[in-house]
Design a protein around this ligand. Structure first.
Ligand SMILES: Nc1ncnc2c1ncn2[C@@H]1O[C@H](COP(=O)(O)OP(=O)(O)OP(=O)(O)O)[C@@H](O)[C@H]1O
Ligand SMILES: [Mg+2]
Length: 289
């Protein structure tokens, strides 16, 4: 498999910071992966992600994008930013035009693409994020969730291989959050876009391939969510709380229930299934007695 992002011995600190935010960080992200990045406030998630989009250069070590572009070389920056898009927390900061479709077209026009290609890409991108019907509207009339979807469309129109979502759902209500998460998963599964996503809500990363937890400048966990979330105590010490259903299932297990379920329960569906299995096990046991 091809590495879309690779850091080697990465070290970084901002000017006037005495200590490095991270040092000797080695991370490989493969093309097509969906990776959740977790860590407490100030653990360096956003700083790390900005390295992947060439917004920040390493102080030491290196960041290699698509196995060919070193972010230390400024000649690669335009290519890198087309290949890996970055969606921030606040959609307001990403809007540059007064009409939705013009906003999506903006970066494409700067690339000098032919009109017909621009139109095609704008329409495709707006359809993917379910914003096509708003294409003639001014962005200020949109809701927060719609603005965030517009931000995603503007990035999609560049046909990136990877998209980074830095707390991209944190300003949205539950419905807006759900819509965005659905689109992010679809981008990964249907279109093969590599996804990196930070969030404080572990519920949002139960269905991802891999979770990386940053703590005090080091990677403390890097595995599938069902393996990482086993470390409830350590995660809670970092201010990260595992999903409510996972907690409840662990508590029930401690009290002798859910014996038939070996795997960590991560979703409501898995919880319902675990309860069903528990009832079956108990019924069989009572028949035997
Ligand atoms: N532009 C900057 N100049 C100086 N220090 C900064 C700058 N941006 C971030 N920092 C500091 O670097 C550290 C890491 O910050 P960063 O924003 O990467 O953390 P984070 O994990 O994204 O936090 P959060 O969960 O709050 O988003 C913090 O101590 C922060 O205060
Ligand atoms: Mg951050």
């Amino acid at each position: 498999m091809r590495n879309i992002i690779q850091t080697k011995e990465l070290e970084f600190h901002y000017p006037r910071q005495n200590e490095s935010i991270f040092s000797n960080l080695n991370i490989e992200i493969q093309e097509g992966e969906f990776v959740g990045i977790l860590g407490s406030n100030g653990s360096g998630k956003s700083t790390l992600l900005k390295h992947f989009n060439a917004l920040i250069k390493p102080k030491n070590g290196s960041v290699l994008i698509d196995e060919k572009w070193d972010t230390a070389n400024s000649d690669t920056w335009l290519d890198i930013r087309q290949l890996i898009g970055l969606v921030f927390q606040n959609p307001e900061n990403q809007i540059v035009s007064t009409i939705v479709e013009e906003d999506v077209a903006f970066a494409l026009e700067n690339l000098g693409l032919p009109r017909i290609e621009i139109k095609k890409r704008v329409n495709e991108a707006l359809k993917i994020v379910n914003m096509y019907e708003y294409k003639k509207q001014p962005p200020y009339q949109l809701s927060g969730g719609q603005k965030q979807r517009l931000g995603i469309a503007s990035i999609l129109a560049m046909k990136p291989k990877g998209i980074i979502f830095d707390e991209a759902t944190s300003m949205l209500d539950p419905k807006g959050r759900k819509d965005i998460l659905k689109i992010i998963h679809e981008l990964n599964q249907k279109y093969g876009v590599t996804i990196l996503m930070t969030t404080h809500l572990l519920d949002e990363v139960t269905a991802v391939d891999r979770v990386i937890v940053l703590d005090k400048g080091k990677i403390s966990f890097d595995d599938k969510p069902e393996v990482v979330f086993e470390n409830r105590i350590e995660l809670e010490a970092m201010g990260l709380s595992i999903p409510t259903v996972t907690k409840l299932a662990l508590d029930l297990k401690n009290e002798g229930y859910l014996k038939g379920t070996k795997k960590l329960v991560l979703t409501k569906e898995e919880f319902a299934y675990a309860i069903k299995k528990d009832l079956e096990v108990r019924r069989n046991e009572s028949f035997k007695n």
